[in-house]
Every structure is written in C-alpha cells, then in structure tokens.
Design a protein around this ligand. Structure first.
Ligand code: URA
Length: 246
C-alpha cells in the first residue's frame, strides 16, 4: 500500500508506468509515428452498452455476500469443466478495490495454484498493474470462467453463461470504479459483442454503470511485443477514467 492512500490510488509520474513496462522481460518497440488505433484514439469517448438483464445487485441468482459466493463457487458443478479442473479459481485481491481486472479463464498454472494470472502472462499483468502505480493486493482480479478449459481452449458460450452469476456477484460486491477487460474474449463476453478488440479499445464503455476499458491480453503482448505501447495507452485511459471518478 502507498501510505494512507486508498486502494486504487495510483502513484508515480505520468510516464513512470511506461518505464516500468519497458523494464519488463520483453523488448519494447516504440513506433516512430503515432498509430491510429480505433475510435477516440485515447480520448475518453463513452460508448453506452445497454445493461443486459438485472441491475448490479442484489438480484435473483446473484450472491449478496462473499462467504456464500466463494463457498458456492468452490463446489460448482454447473458445467462440465468441474470434471477436468484441479480447483476453482475464484478471484484474488482487494474486495473494495477501485480497479478490477477481468480475464478470460484460468490456465495451467492458475488451475494448479488456485489464483488468477499467476503464469507467465500473469507476471506481465502484474507488471501492467504496477505500471499504473498499484500492486496486485490493491486491485481485484477475476476471470469470466472460474475453471480451466481443457488445453486452454476458448470458453464455450454455455460455460460462460453458467459462470456468469459468480462474476456478476464479484463485480457487485467489489463495486469498482473501473473494470479493465483483459483481452478479446473477456471484452466480448462482458460487452456482449463480437466486435474485434481493435475497435473496442481506446474508448470507455459502460458496464452496468461502471466504466470499462479494454486492453490486450498479456499472453498476446508476450507474443506481439509491438502492441505494448498500445496497451500502455489503454492503461493511461484507465487511469484518467478512475481519476475522474475520485
Ligand atoms: N489468462 C487469463 O485470462 N486468466 C488467467 O487467470 C490466466 C491467464
């Protein structure tokens, strides 16, 4: 934590985060010319995404307290993934965080360790969190799916639907000031759209009255290092959005 600052209050100068990203284990490539990357190009345009179904919480199917939610999720058998998982990967972090990161689904390491984003991509996500002046303990991290799909295949629609009330409950209980959708699949699931990630980035969406910013999945950034600067633009947009809600 940073002194008396509430969780989610970023520290460090405006470009300090990019330096931190540069310090990560992958090479940084800086474009010579600005690269357009979709509507808004970093400006805080707001796209209204209609709320799907119920208001945040409480609502039928949602859990109103952490204890019940975590207990129910830990023994979930709503879809076939319970047959192949090692354990349920519920979520981790500050339960009153201002920043909430939502990824796709646990991978091998997450399935083994029971915590989201702890593999190689997870280490990069941790650096992205540090880049905005925060620690993993100050944010909340969860996934669309709580169980690992075999061989890390994409989540099936029925799996995401079966798992949705757990995530909705987590969002309703954390009440974050901002959600970051980590990667295409999380973004498309949360926003109920098939729009490509390139078009979802660079604007602030509305997710059940919570601002939502889309960024690339760290696993993609590990493979495509040239996109790291764009991810930094996403994080700056997120930081600006949270600051506006102080
Ligand atoms: N990728 C995700 O989307 N989530 C994790 O927890 C790990 C990898």
């Amino acid at each position: 934590m940073h002194g008396d600052l509430p969780p989610g209050t970023p520290t460090g100068g405006p470009e300090a985060g990019l330096d931190r990203l540069d310090a990560m284990g992958i090479q940084v490539w800086v474009p010579r010319l600005p690269v357009p990357h979709g509507p808004g190009d970093g400006a805080a345009d707001v796209i209204e995404v209609p709320a799907v179904g119920a208001p945040p919480c409480p609502a039928p199917g949602l859990y109103g307290d952490w204890e019940t939610l975590e207990r129910e999720a830990s023994v979930c058998r709503r879809c076939a993934l319970h047959e192949t998982r090692t354990q349920v990967v519920f979520g981790v972090g500050h339960r009153a965080a201002r920043w909430m990161f939502i990824g796709e689904a646990p991978g091998e390491q997450e399935d083994l360790q029971g915590e989201p984003f702890v593999g190689r991509a997870g280490q990069l996500l941790t650096e992205m969190i540090k880049a905005v002046g925060l620690s993993r303990e100050e944010v909340y991290i969860a996934n669309v799916l709580k169980c690992r799909p075999p061989r890390n295949r994409d989540p099936l629609p029925e799996e995401a639907a079966a798992c949705e009330s757990y995530l909705l409950s987590q969002v309703a209980l954390v009440k974050p000031a901002l959600i970051i959708a980590v990667g295409r699949i999380a973004a498309q699931h949360l926003l109920k759209t098939s729009t490509p990630i390139g078009k979802l980035r660079g604007v602030v969406h509305d997710y059940r009255s919570i601002p939502l910013v889309v960024t690339y999945h760290p696993a993609y950034l590990l493979r495509s290092q040239t996109e790291k600067r764009r991810a930094w633009e996403d994080l700056k947009l997120a930081r600006k959005t949270v600051a506006a809600r102080a």
